[in-house]
Design a protein around this ligand. Sequence first.
Ligand code: FE2
Ligand code: FE2
Length: 305
Amino acid sequence: MRKLLNNDLSGILIANHSDMISNNLSREHTLELVGLAEDIPTLPDRFLKIQNILNHPDSSAKEIAEIIQTDQATTVMLMKIANSPAYNPMNQPINKLSQAIARLGVTETAEISMSISLLYGFAIPAGIAKIRCFWAHAYAVGAISKILINKLPDDLDKPDPEAMFLAGLLHDIGRAILGIRVDMSYFEQKKFTAHGQKLIDAEEKEFGTNHAEVGGIILKKWNMPDDIIEIVAGHHQKANSIAGEVCSIADNLANGFLGHYDNIEKVYFALNNRFIENAEKALIKAGLIAAPEEEILEIDLPSLP
Ligand SMILES: [Fe+2]
Ligand SMILES: [Fe+2]
């Protein structure tokens, strides 16, 4: 096991775990490692270009096609989705990226493409299976957060659905950063595969902080909008905003229903009507929307480990 230590802030020393007297780092020490200016992890180029397109409401399908067309993995997945029964009810197959984008729309295309760009372009020190699971979960939380936010009444103070998707997609980025900057064996350790409070407790014990706080710090360094930073930094706290609560409900739903999905594409196809029904029940249970009269509320969310 390797762990990164900083003897002083001018350099990083990579030490063997066996050299260490204690596993536990103080919060201050962990945050120093996270915040070191050198080699700060960056979001993939393709992610940033697509985010930029999403920020401009008049951006065209042509612009996004130009970014995606050089990437085979994304193109193949978009074609598959565009030719699936949901988008192709008349069974008229298409074979051009531009047609796929026209069927899916710029926003959906952008969300899928950003997620895939992270899978292939954001280096996490873990085996490929774990990396796939990590981004499948991230995509699931982004997509479910958006489903949930769209179900809430418009008069509630809520972020726009695209910001909600982005916050969900990046909600656990602090876990990746702990693996990259603080403890390269993070993804190999069983205690860090827990969910919810159990995971937070394990991280606090080892690092004096947790992935939510670390996520907030890195998003600030990446100049992400404040509302997204707040959601990510607070996604394991007792909800202090509707958006924070939605992200945490989405996290539970993703862990409960799609916990072992290892593939963004599978998650995409799993988010079907039955899932939306459960999303509604979760919102009713959280008191965020009203239950239809005389309906017996029973959400069959599997209990989390
Ligand atoms: Fe988390
Ligand atoms: Fe999560």
